[in-house]
Each structure stands twice: as C-alpha cells, then as structure tokens.
Write a protein that binds this ligand. Sequence first.
Ligand code: SF4
Length: 210
Amino acid sequence: MNKEKRLEILTRLRDDNPHPTTELEFTTPFELLIAVLLSAQATDVSVNKATRKLYPVANTPQAILDLGVDGLKDYIKTIGLFNSKAENTIKTCRMLVELHNSVVPEDRAALEALPGVGRKTANVVLNTAFGWPTIAVDTHIYRVSNRTKLAMGKTVDDVEQKLLKVVPKEFKVDVHHWLILHGRYICVARKPKCGACLIEDLCEFKEKIE
Ligand code: SF4
C-alpha cells in the first residue's frame, strides 16, 4: 500500500472518531492493568461486568491481595481462564506492593516482568494509561492490517513493527484503538461489512463482501 492511501485511511478513521479509547472500564492505571490482564481471550463486556463489582470493593494492589486467590475468583469466575488469571493477578499485586510501592510502573521491562503481563498488555497500559505511542496488536488489528494491506506481517510482532514504522507520528497514540474498533465492528473475522466500511475504496483486500 502506498503512503498516500495509508494517510487517507488513518485520516478517515481519525475524522470518524477523534478521541478513541478502550472499551474496558477503568479509572486508574492499576484498574486498567488488571482489566487488560483479565481480558486475554475474553470479551471486554465480560471483563467490565466483573470489574464493576470488583473495583468498588478492591481497586488497589493491597486490597486485591487481601481478597486472596479464592476471594478474587468469586468476582471473576464468569471470565474465561479465571483460575490462572486469579493466580497471576494476585502475584502481580504482590509484586506491585513489594517492588513498586503499589504503583503501576511506567516502564516496559517492569510491566512485562509482572505475571500474566506480556508485550500486548504492556503496550495497552503504556498507551492508554500513560499516552505512549505504542501499538498493541491483537487479533483484530492483525486481521485489519493484513486485509487492508495497511501493514502486512506473518505474526503480531511483525505487524506491530510494521505499523510502528509506517504510521506517522500524529496518528500513533490512537491508531491501535481505531484498528481494534474497526476490526471488532466492521472488518469482522467471518463476514467483513465492506458495504458499511468507510475505507472500502482504499482497502486492498481482494475478497471484499459488498
Ligand atoms: S473494505 Fe471490507 S475488508 Fe476492507 S477494511 Fe473494510 S470491512 Fe475490512
């Protein structure tokens, strides 16, 4: 895809949604971190349902530690993979208390050292809590980037590196939200809604569905 087309796609996505953000509900970096950790292979809707009950009771590392693994499970048992997520959340809270003064570190290496926190979660937290121009590539962004040919790659890491290279600075902070939302609601996995797509004329996917 050429530079002009790429710029036009990003401009249209921005004009359509100038202030995008995550659909996960949070009020602090810690709430965001835990919500992202819980959202792996689960929907944001299911995470929000659980955190709406959990956070009024416990929304700090110490408060969640005090719940213990079993206490925490009671709040998150409707979320997929809740057993391992409860274990990781408790371990992460313990590390935040013991090593980071109960504050979410604004540091990639420190975030990725937390149990259950990989590159994607660190990218989301750095981007959405701290405003870094990081691009967390999930299944939606991977699909949209490859289909449109905005940034092609065989793995999520390839696509992340490509996007970081080709997306101009002014779009970097928000591009991950635009692409996730586009993939979640328009460029869906099975039957993309090409007829309702605002970048249809620019997209280079060969099997568009009208
Ligand atoms: S035209 Fe279709 S394939 Fe291309 S981005 Fe839009 S929805 Fe996805």
